[in-house]
Design a protein. Structure first.
Length: 145
């Protein structure tokens, strides 16, 4: 396992699990949680799931990684639109697992060039991509010019 030299640490506390509340120690992120109806829960309006939070974090992180790689290649990928879909379901081995689909859209790049930048961001930079590699299926949709 790789070790890191922490530059920043975010801390969050959840109470009540999937039907509770989660909040970061600095109060910047706070969400009421509810199990969605599709999973047999109440699906309370205005509530989030851990999958919502993971999807938002991965999308933002991947966008930053893509921008970083773009700058490395003297390209501007700062306006790329990253959409992350996180699905949850039962695993063949028991318990539950997640699967991710990342959509990377930037019509200012030729398709092949955007795909190459996204691949490099995924393979070399994005910490969410490193954390999911060989553990969570991650599918890409690339939408360039």
């Amino acid at each position: 396992m790789d070790t890191i030299k922490p530059l920043f640490t975010a801390t969050a506390t959840a109470t009540g699990g999937r039907n509770g509340h989660t909040e970061t120690s600095d109060g910047i992120v706070a969400a009421n949680l509810s199990v969605p109806k599709e999973m047999g829960g109440p699906g309370k309006p205005g509530s989030a799931t851990p999958e919502h939070l993971f999807a938002a974090g991965y999308a933002a992180c991947f966008g930053g990684a893509l921008d970083f790689i773009g700058k490395k290649h003297k390209k501007d990928a700062s306006k790329a639109r990253i959409t992350c879909a996180v699905s949850i379901g039962p695993r063949d081995a028991g318990g539950f697992g997640i699967a991710v689909k990342l959509s990377v859209q930037d019509r200012s790049f030729p398709q092949a060039e955007l795909a190459a930048l996204a691949r490099e961001a995924h393979e070399q930079i994005c910490p969410y991509s490193h954390a999911t590699r060989n553990n969570v299926p991650v599918e890409f949709e690339i939408l360039g010019a």
